[in-house]
Design a protein around this ligand. Structure first.
Ligand code: 5GP
Ligand code: ZN
Length: 113
């Protein structure tokens, strides 16, 4: 999608701090991290949100999530991690290219929640 920010990140038009990449999936740091290491995981094919997902894209995407979560864990040593997904404007979705938020948690006072 030509006017999609995350598609522009995938094709390199907009730079990002990459955390992980394979044939189907890209993960990069959120530009406005709610905790240290807040990462977005996206499919390389444009899907608007959960209502627009197909099983194969979902499979490829979620298959990569444990590896990405463990890479963040090894790097930052968080105590836990929230995985969030907003679908639809009224659910708080601001960028309409499907993404999981991986939010490392560092205990009380980490600023989130
Ligand atoms: P949503 O509210 O749609 O679930 O989350 C969108 C997320 O994308 C927000 O956390 C926001 O900070 C992040 N974001 C928006 N634009 C950019 C960008 O250009 N680069 C990066 N790395 N993150 C972005
Ligand atoms: Zn897109």
């Amino acid at each position: 999608m030509s006017n999609c920010i995350f598609c522009k990140i995938i094709n390199g038009e907009i730079s990002s701090a990459k955390v992980f990449e394979n044939e189907h999936v890209l993960a990069f740091l959120d530009i406005s991290q709610v905790t240290k290491g807040h990462t977005l995981v996206i499919p390389k094919s444009h899907k608007e949100n959960i209502f627009d997902m197909d099983a194969e894209t979902a499979r490829n995407l979620f298959e990569a999530v444990p590896q990405i979560a463990n890479a963040i864990k090894d790097e930052l040593n968080p105590l836990g991690m929230n995985i969030l997904q907003n679908s639809g404007k009224d659910a708080g979705q601001e960028v309409f290219h499907f993404h999981f938020h991986l939010i490392p948690r560092f205990g009380n006072g980490d600023g989130f929640g």
